[in-house]
Design a protein around this ligand. Structure first.
Ligand code: ATP
Ligand code: MG
Length: 569
C-alpha cells in the first residue's frame, strides 16, 4: 500500500460522521506533528509505511481542503497519485498512472509551460520548488479544469532529483470569478471612456439640433433650405440616440427608477416584441407569478428586452423560439458569490433565451464591449448589449450569458427585488404655456451651448444672466440687484461645478429653484437637492416645458431647494 492509498483508505475508514476534533486526541498532537514534518522534509519509504496515524491526519486535512496529493519518482518514472489528484489531472478511471499520462491530461495550450516548470524544479542545484496554475482536460470525459499545483523536489546526495511530491487544488470556480471580474473592470474602463466622449458630443449635438430647429421655425414654409435643415435635424437625432446608448452603457443615463411588477411589464410589451421578431419566431412567456416587484426604470427594462429580442431575431433567421422567463429566488452567501451578486437577499430573475445560432467563446468574451459586432457593416452598431449591460448594472443587477454554437443563447439578469409598493410615475401636463418673463441665471462653460440656451430664453421672453462657471455665477448672484427666478446650470464645469454652485447659491438666494442640464447623471440626481433636471441634448421645447413647470410650481410655493430630485419631472 502506498502513502496515498493509506491516506485515502484512512479517510474512508474513519468516515466523516465523527466530529473533527475526535480524531486527534490532544496528548498525541505533538507526536503526529513531528512525524508530519519529518515526512515533509525527508520523505523515505519507512516514513511512508509508518505513517498510518500521520496519514490519517493528513488524509483528513487533504480531504477537508479538497486537495489531491501526488508523489513522483523521476529516477524510476513511478508516479503515485491520490484519487482526488487523479481526478484533477484528468486521469481516466482505473489505477493506471504515469508521467506521460500526467502530461497528456494538461491542456494543450499549457503543456509547454508545465513541462518547463517541472524541468526547472527538478534541475540540478535548483530550488526544487514548484508552483503552477494551469488547465487540465479529462482524458476520458474532456472536462476542463483549472488546477493549482504546489510541490517540492528532493535531491539525492549526487544532486539528482529523487522525489517530487506535492498537492493539487481545483481552482476552476475562482478562475471563473476572476475572469468575470476582469471583464467587469475592462467594461468599466470602456464605460468611462464612452461617457467622456458622449458628454462632449452631447454639447455639440445640443447646438446642432437647437439651431436647426430654430432656423426651421424661422423660415417660411416654401423656403427650400428648410428641407436641408430637416435632414440636419434628423442626422443630429440619430447622433443623439447613439450618445444615449453610450451613456446607458456607462451607466450615466438618466434613469427614473420606481417599483413595478416585472410580469406586467413583460405582458404589456409582448405584442410589441412579437411584431418585432416576426411570425417565424414563436414568443413564449414563462412568467412566475411570484416574480414580484423590481426597482428600476421601466423604460430601460423595455429597452433591455428590445435589444435582446432583436439580437435573438437576428440569430434565428430561419425562425425558432424566444423565451422570456421570470422567477425569484433567495440568494444565500454562496449563491450570491457564485453569481457575483452584490449581497445575499431576494432577487428577481429575468431570462431571455433563443434557439438561434449561439456563440463561440471568442464572441461571448466580447459581446458587452461597445461597438463589438459580428454583423455586417450597416446592420449592427454593436451597442445593443453594451446598453443592456449598462442598464442592468445601473439597476443594481448582474447579467450573465450561456451560449454554445448551434445551441442557442440565454441571457440571465438578476435584479434586487423591490420592497416598496407600486408607484405611478407623474407625467408633466402637455398643455403648458412655454413663454415667460422671469430672470434666469444661466451657467454653462461651453460657449456655443450657452449662446444657444440664451437664445431660447430670450426668444421666449425670459431675461438671461450668463456665467461660464460656478464662481462667476456666484459673483453675479451677489451683484445682481433684481430678482433671480431660477438657476439653470450645467453640472461639469471648470473652477466650480454645478454641485458646489447649487449649495453656495442656496445660501445667497434661498427659495430659488434650480434646473440642471447635463450630458449625464450621477448619483446626486437620485438623492435630491435639485428642483429639476434636463438631459442634453435637448430641444428648445423640452427646455421650455421643464423651465415653465418648475417656475409655475415655484410660484405656487411647491418647489423648494433641498426637495427630492424626482418631484418635478
Ligand atoms: N442571441 C444571440 N445569439 C447569437 N449571437 C448574439 C446574440 N446576441 C448577441 N450576439 C452577438 O453579439 C454581438 C453584439 O451584440 P450587440 O447587440 O451588442 O450588437 P449588434 O446586435 O451587433 O448591433 P446593435 O445591437 O447595436 O444593432 C452580435 O453582433 C452577435 O454576434
Ligand atoms: Mg443587438
Amino acid at each position: 500500500m502506498n502513502l496515498f492509498e493509506i491516506i485515502e483508505k484512512s479517510v474512508y475508514d474513519f468516515g466523516v460522521s465523527a466530529p473533527f476534533g475526535g480524531y486527534l486526541p490532544n496528548q498525541k498532537n505533538q507526536g503526529v506533528r513531528s512525524r508530519i514534518s519529518t515526512l515533509a522534509e525527508r520523505p523515505t519509504d519507512s516514513a511512508a509505511s509508518n505513517a498510518t496515524s500521520s496519514g490519517q491526519w493528513l488524509g483528513l486535512a487533504l480531504n477537508a481542503a479538497q486537495l489531491g496529493a501526488f508523489d513522483f519518482n523521476p529516477q524510476t518514472g513511478n508516479l503515485v497519485a491520490s484519487e482526488t489528484a487523479r481526478r484533477h489531472f484528468g486521469f481516466p478511471s482505473g489505477n493506471e498512472t504515469s508521467y506521460t499520462m500526467l502530461l497528456d491530461g494538461v491542456h494543450p495550450d499549457d503543456r509547454e509551460k508545465v513541462t518547463r516548470l517541472i524541468e526547472d524544479a527538478m534541475q540540478k542545484g535548483g530550488s526544487g520548488r514548484y508552483t503552477s496554475e494551469h488547465r487540465t482536460v479529462g482524458i476520458e470525459d474532456g472536462l476542463e479544469r483549472w488546477l493549482s499545483v504546489a510541490g517540492r523536489v528532493f535531491f539525492d546526495a549526487g544532486g539528482r532529483a529523487r522525489q517530487f511530491i506535492g498537492v493539487t487544488q481545483d481552482i476552476t470556480a475562482r478562475k471563473r470569478l476572476e475572469d468575470q471580474f476582469l471583464q467587469a473592470q475592462k467594461l468599466d474602463g470602456m464605460g468611462r471612456l464612452a461617457s467622456g466622449v458622449a458628454h462632449d458630443f452631447n454639447n455639440l449635438i445640443t447646438v446642432i439640433t437647437g439651431y436647426a430647429q430654430m432656423s426651421i421655425d424661422d423660415l417660411p414654409l416654401e423656403n427650400p433650405v428648410r428641407e436641408s435643415l430637416i435632414e440636419i435635424s434628423k442626422a443630429a437625432a440619430r447622433a443623439a440616440s447613439l450618445t444615449r446608448q453610450l451613456l446607458a452603457f456607462s451607466r450615466r443615463q438618466i434613469s427614473t427608477p420606481k417599483s413595478f411588477v416585472l410580469n406586467d411589464l413583460v405582458r404589456e410589451f409582448e405584442k410589441m416584441l412579437q411584431r418585432l421578431i416576426g411570425e417565424d419566431i414563436e414568443l413564449a412567456l414563462l412568467l412566475d407569478p411570484e416574480a414580484g416587484l423590481l426597482y428600476a426604470d421601466p423604460g430601460q427594462i423595455e429597452q433591455v428586452l428590445l435589444n435582446l429580442a432583436v439580437n435573438a431575431r437576428d440569430a434565428m433567421p430561419k425562425g425558432g423560439r424566444l423565451y422570456i422567463e421570470t422567477s425569484t429566488f433567495l440568494a444565500d452567501q454562496e449563491t450570491a458569490r457564485a453569481h457575483l451578486l452584490p449581497a445575499p437577499g431576494r432577487y428577481v430573475l429575468l431570462s431571455v433565451s433563443d434557439t438561434g445560432t449561439g456563440m463561440d467563446e471568442e464572441v461571448k468574451a466580447r459581446i458587452f464591449e461597445p461597438f463589438y459586432t459580428t454583423k455586417e457593416t450597416g446592420k449592427g452598431t454593436g451597442l445593443g448589449l453594451s446598453t443592456v449591460y449598462g442598464i442592468v448594472k445601473q439597476s443594481g443587477g448582474t447579467i450573465s450569458v450561456y451560449s454554445e454554437p448551434g445551441h442557442g443563447s440565454t441571457f440571465k439578469m438578476f435584479f434586487p427585488a423591490a420592497k416598496t409598493e407600486y408607484q405611478e410615475r407623474r407625467e408633466v401636463s402637455p398643455e403648458i404655456a412655454l413663454a415667460g418673463y422671469e430672470c434666469i441665471l444661466l451657467v454653462e462653460d461651453e460657449a456655443s451651448v450657452r449662446k444657444y440656451v440664451r437664445e431660447i430664453l430670450t426668444r421666449n421672453g425670459y431675461t438671461a444672466l450668463e456665467a461660464c462657471n460656478g464662481r462667476e455665477a456666484l459673483d453675479m448672484a451677489r451683484q445682481h440687484q433684481g430678482p433671480i427666478h431660477l438657476l439653470l446650470t450645467d453640472v461639469v464645469m471648470p473652477e466650480m461645478g454645478g454641485v458646489d454652485l447649487i449649495a453656495e447659491f442656496a445660501r445667497l438666494r434661498r427659495e430659488v429653484p434650480v434646473l440642471c442640464m447635463s450630458g449625464y447623471s450621477d448619483r446626486m440626481w437620485q438623492t435630491g437637492e435639485l428642483s429639476g433636471y434636463i438631459q442634453k441634448p435637448f430641444t428648445p421645447k423640452a427646455l421650455l416645458v421643464q423651465l415653465r413647470a418648475i417656475l409655475n410650481r415655484a410660484e405656487s410655493g411647491q418647489v423648494f431647494l433641498g426637495g427630492p430630485a424626482n418631484e418635478v419631472n
